[in-house]
Design a protein around this ligand. Structure first.
Ligand code: ADP
Ligand code: MG
Length: 433
């Protein structure tokens, strides 16, 4: 993982940051979301602080490894030399025209949520310019749009050597155009983009308000489309909802096939985590995979980040990967997920107070009838007043699965009709929420 940070750092940190400065550091541990780096001396520490500490923190956060970074000078605890050697021997990613080598169809897990987008991408890759042109893929952040576009690119390169494949974000397209205009090189720009066989243009929504870029893209699009060259476009929303982009352009987006990617269901999340773990050679027990899939539902990038964090924490702290440890290492992330307008924590406190018992009892395994009732009331209220899933509520009450929560909700639903005490406690807590 440290290698990954160094590797990505070469792209996103200032020049020399990873190659010169970071290389001299070693990761010591991750605790409480803090990545602690061992820095050889004060000079280097100051250099890092003044040159790129903030972007480094962002990078570490983006990879999901930790929330923050601390630099420690001259630590006695030096991880073995072997790790340093490994870091030095790390291969540089071979770039195939800007395509990420890992984003291939083989590594893409297909589930209900992305089946159609995957099938359409494969068809476009198989017969570029013929099947669906343009292919328009839309969906939320971190759901696999970029992965599919790169996969199309790799597939075409593999099967039609000599085909010219260009992947570009609409931001980069804009910047290239601007610099071409400034340097009187617009002819080169036009020649470059109008001669490709497959154009993959990512996050098209960024063309909003950029009139001259839209104009240029319009002509590029037409010329490629006329020549039956494949165009693949991605966006965070469907064409009809793209604002501040010319109508004539948006209507062209609908000429071919428009397909979406939805957030993955639990089974797909599990399969994706297993795939990622396998690809990276991580040994992660099944129950931990499930735990991550259940508790980090939002998007696949975050899911991967959580997996990275768990493996990094285990490596650096020398502790086993278990559900218990994972819950501890991911505390901050999981708590964020559970954050709704009302927190589970608050409900637990209010219910415990109403029943006149310590919160700890509510979360314990003790089984008096009063406690059982209090727990059920609290779970019921969490279900009603937070956005947490049944699994998340179960986890917050130290329950292994969600059936206990489901049962509690049904039970309290019934009791509310007949039991005045339960009704008064529930009403009482609701008032305070
Ligand atoms: P988007 O472009 O939609 O924001 P990305 O394509 O960048 O999302 O995907 C985010 C991360 O999730 C990437 O690391 C990608 O490999 C991974 N990912 C997304 N969908 C899948 C999938 N179905 N199978 C395997 N990995 C996936
Ligand atoms: Mg993307």
């Amino acid at each position: 993982l440290w290698n990954e940070i160094l590797d990505k750092g070469r792209d996103v940190l200032p020049p020399g940051a990873a190659g010169t400065w970071l290389k001299t550091c070693l990761p010591l541990e991750i605790s409480g979301g803090m990545l602690v780096l061992d820095v050889p001396n004060v000079f280097i520490k100051e250099q890092i602080q003044s040159r790129f500490l903030l972007p480094l923190k962002e990078l570490v956060r983006a990879l999901g490894v930790a929330e923050d970074v601390e630099l420690k000078v001259g630590s006695e605890i030096r991880p073995n030399e072997q790790k340093r050697a490994e870091a030095a021997a790390m291969p540089l990613q071979s770039q195939r025209g800007g395509l990420n080598p890992n984003y291939v169809f083989d590594n893409f897990v297909v589930g209900k949520s992305n089946r159609l987008a995957h099938a359409a991408s494969l068809a476009a890759a198989e017969s570029p310019g013929v099947a669906y042109n343009p292919l328009f893929i839309w969906g939320g952040v971190g759901l696999g749009k970029t992965h599919l576009m790169h996969a199309i690119g790799h597939y075409v390169c593999d099967n039609q050597p000599g085909a010219k494949v260009v992947y570009v974000s609409s931001e980069k397209f804009t910047n290239e155009l601007i610099s071409a205009i400034q340097n009187n090189r617009t002819q080169d720009f036009k020649a470059k983009y109008r001669s490709v066989d497959v154009l993959l243009i990512d996050d098209i929504q960024f063309l909003a308000d950029k009139e001259s870029t839209q104009e240029e893209f319009f002509h590029t699009f037409n010329s490629l489309h006329d020549a039956k060259k494949q165009v693949v476009i991605s966006s965070d929303r469907p064409p009809k909802d793209i604002q501040r982009v010319e109508e004539r352009l948006v209507s062209r987006f609908e000429w071919g096939l428009v397909t979406d990617i939805q957030p993955p269901d639990l089974e797909t999340r599990v399969a994706i985590l297993q795939k990622k773990a396998e690809m990276r050679g991580y040994e992660v027990p099944e129950d931990v995979i499930f735990f991550l899939a259940q508790n980090i539902p939002s998007n696949i990038r975050e899911l991967e980040g959580a997996l990275n964090r768990v493996v990094a924490c285990s490596e650096l702290n020398g502790e086993v990967i278990s559900v218990e440890n994972a819950a501890e290492w991911l505390k901050d992330i999981i708590r964020n997920v559970m954050r709704g307008p009302v927190s589970i924590d608050l409900i637990q406190h209010l219910v415990a107070e109403s029943f006149g018992m310590p919160v700890d009892d509510l979360l314990s395994t003790k089984r008096t009838s009063d406690l059982a009732l209090a727990r059920q009331v609290a779970m019921y209220l969490c279900r009603e007043h937070t956005e947490a899933s049944l699994q998340q509520i179960g986890y917050a009450f130290n329950k292994k699965d969600h059936t206990t929560v489901l049962h509690a909700c049904r039970k309290i639903d019934e009791l509310l009709k007949t039991d005045l005490r339960v009704k008064s406690v529930v009403d009482n807590v609701r008032k305070k929420l």
